[in-house]
Design a protein around this ligand. Structure first.
Ligand SMILES: Cc1cc2nc3c(=O)[nH]c(=O)nc-3n(C[C@H](O)[C@H](O)[C@H](O)COP(=O)(O)O)c2cc1C
Length: 274
């Protein structure tokens, strides 16, 4: 057996491979051996119950997927009652991805989810900040630092900050997350994009714009991982277009300690198993 363990702050993972939030669910246990993953990351949990965006939510473009799901969420109580106990039967540590509209709501949700069975909190800060005209927290260093600091004060669990790639200089945001007290960075969420059907002249997503993910984004996100690795001391989890083990190695050569695997799981659900 080869020792593939990696260290993300105080958390030791058996290997560096884990799912990206929103691309994995309990039903994956029917097709893969969940114990072969380094960690488990939930779909983003929000404080309220949400139903998600209008259809169609997913479309395909060259080398990538374009999606706008809108974070449908059954809320934290469902998660605590059903999801945490389900994953408790498996070895990999469980990471709770969270999102909220204000720093205070983020902190309250982190505190609520800091229960036995949850090993770390991943703050999905690509969402609108309702106290700043709805601009995404992770697009501005001051909002990033403030929200991460607030969450940091609300939980003793390791805190991962998941950044958005939709910024001019991601190193500024990475440093802000580090200053706020993050233990690791997830680089990154989806690139903002859109597609129009030239037959119907209609947008191909119900929400008009969505996130571009999958193989085509890898060079862009890899570049950001490289830049962040030189800008901060935190471990970095690369996330964008990882489709096979070579892609994971490439991210690690750029400075990542681990990787998250997303879109490829829709095409090849078993690929995530090492
Ligand atoms: C269908 C879908 C749903 C997603 N839902 C979430 C989510 O709930 N929270 C989040 O932080 N990221 C979400 N993402 C983004 C992924 O976690 C990941 O950052 C992105 O897809 C890039 O990785 P990939 O190229 O391997 O897919 C979602 C992506 C897809 C394709």
């Amino acid at each position: 057996m080869i020792d593939l363990r990696v260290q993300i702050g105080s958390l030791t993972l058996a290997n560096p491979i884990m799912p990206g939030s929103g691309t994995f669910a309990e039903t994956m246990a029917q097709v893969i051996d969940i114990d072969r993953l380094g960690a488990l990351v939930t779909k983003t949990i929000t404080p309220d119950v949400r139903h998600g965006n209008p259809q169609p939510r997913v479309t395909e473009v060259n080398g990538a997927m374009l999606s706008s799901i809108g974070i449908p969420s059954k809320g934290p109580e469902h998660y605590l009652r059903e999801v945490v106990p389900f994953y408790g039967a498996y070895r990999p540590p469980l990471v709770a991805s969270i999102s909220a509209g204000t720093a205070e709501a983020f902190a309250a949700l982190a505190a609520r989810l800091s229960v036995p069975g949850v090993a770390a909190i991943e703050a999905n800060i690509s969402c609108p900040n309702l106290e700043a005209n709805g601009r995404a927290f992770a697009m501005f260093p001051e909002d990033t630092e403030a929200v991460i600091r607030r969450i940091r004060g609300a939980t003793a669990l390791p805190l991962w900050a998941k950044l958005t790639p939709n910024v001019g200089d991601i190193t500024v945001i990475a440093r802000a997350a580090e200053a706020g007290g993050a233990d690791a960075l997830v680089v990154a969420n989806a690139l903002l994009g859109m597609a129009i059907d030239v037959e119907s002249f209609r947008p191909r997503l119900g929400n008009l714009m969505g996130g571009v993910t999958g193989p085509a984004v890898r060079p862009v996100i890899l570049r950001m991982v490289y830049q962040c690795a030189r800008a901060v001391r935190l471990p970095i989890i690369g996330c964008g277009g990882v489709s096979d083990v070579n892609d994971a190695v490439e991210y690690m050569l750029a400075g990542a300690t681990a990787v998250q695997v997303g879109t490829i799981s829709f095409l090849h659900p078993t690929r995530i198993q090492l």
